[in-house]
Design a protein around this ligand. Structure first.
Ligand code: UFG
Length: 337
């Protein structure tokens, strides 16, 4: 049985990936510092799969702790989620973001080099493309100057991994996520936004639940079908499965380059108003929203060309936007956050 380390394994995407790894017969070891997650998620994962993953509460910025872990544990692959991810916050706390997102990455890669470990999957983001000139976005689209510190940590992270793979003969895949949403069908794990949500779907579900008075739609003067911004919303379970596909590619040595990257989305763009309409259909009641000005830093439209991921990873999305919204709504109702 292959043992896989999942950093940030109690977070939103991490926890769903742990479940899928266990479903596929992998043994999972989680590292999480609980800075943006709760230990209760470990029990929920166990309830879903019937298997308790090993857990270590380690801050990956602590180089000594990281070394200690790898001196005593060997793994066949690493899926690295642990990172700060709030775009707005990253602009006010650049050094925290660079230290946390890049420092921890360097320490992990050093341990892989020292212990001769291989197979590294990195959480990247479609934010590396900025506003792409052509839609849908292929992997050939150029990486543009990052709009945010968060985005820059993903760009630099990919560069660090690429150089490391070349120098030390390691193999890695970066997955450039579009907009992950939804929750597990068991409704035991999902997204737990702390404070006021910044992302669209948690804000929508909290508004429907009466926690927020009204949703602000940021801009209706974009050059899109209805004037609101367009994104590619992918169900988190589909996204989790892409990690297993990428890991299998590395383990089976099917990769063609030591460092590869793939767009992970549905290939379908949905506008903010389309999301609202789909959500209203699911709940059967109108959502309280108003149109306001554009949000700073937002792009007009982004959705993935998934040809490469479909072909090379032998993976495709199975769930619709409606299924993802329904899961998010069930999760909201159960958690009342
Ligand atoms: N939106 C609203 N009202 C809200 C929140 C969002 O209208 O209250 C709109 C945004 O303006 C945007 C769309 O809904 O047009 C999606 O916004 P999100 O904040 O949910 O997602 P983003 O596309 O802005 O950001 C996401 C991730 C980032 C990542 C980025 C890459 O949250 O981590 O995609 O493009 F960097």
């Amino acid at each position: 049985m292959k043992r896989i380390l999942v950093t940030g394994g109690l977070g939103f995407i991490g926890s769903h990936t742990v479940v899928e790894l266990q479903n596929e017969g992998f043994e999972v070891v989680i590292i999480d510092d609980l800075s943006n997650s709760t230990i209760g998620v470990l029990d929920k994962i166990t309830e879903i799969t019937g298997i308790q993953p090993a857990f270590h509460q380690i801050d990956l910025k602590n180089k000594k702790e990281v070394k200690k872990f790898f001196d005593t544990t060997t793994v066949d692959g690493i899926i690295h989620f642990a990172a700060f991810k709030a775009v707005g916050e990253s602009m006010h706390k650049p050094l925290d973001y660079y230290e946390n997102n890049l420092g921890s990455l360097v320490y992990l890669l050093q341990q892989m080099r020292d212990h001769k470990l291989d197979n590294f999957i990195f959480s990247s983001s479609c934010t590396v493309y900025g506003q792409a000139d052509e839609l849908p976005i292929t992997e050939k689209a150029p990486v543009k100057t990052a709009e945010s510190v968060y985005g820059n940590t993903k760009q630099i992270g990919e560069e660090i991994i690429k150089d490391t793979c070349k120098a030390y003969n390691l193999n890695s895949i970066a997955l450039r996520y579009f907009n992950p949403i939804g929750a597990h069908p068991s409704v035991k794990i999902g997204e737990l936004p702390i404070g006021v949500p910044q992302n669209l779907i948690p804000y929508v579900t909290q508004t429907a639940a009466g926690i927020r008075k009204e949703l602000s739609v940021f801009g209706d003067d974009y050059d899109t079908k209805d004037g609101t911004a367009v994104r590619d919303y992918i169900h988190v379970v589909d996204l989790a499965k892409a990690h297993i596909a990428a890991l299998q590619r590395l383990i089976k040595k099917n990769n063609t380059k030591s460092f590869e990257f793939f767009n992970v989305g549905t290939g379908k763009g949905s506008s903010v108003l389309e999301v609202i309409k789909a959500f209203e259909k699911i709940t059967g009641k109108p959502l309280n929203y108003k149109i306001v000005g554009r949000r700073e830093g937002d792009i007009t439209a982004a959705f993935a060309d998934t040809t490469n991921a479909n072909k090379e990873l032998n993976w495709k999305t199975e769930k619709s936007l409606e299924e993802a919204l329904e899961a998010a709504w069930k999760w909201q109702q159960q958690n009342e956050i």
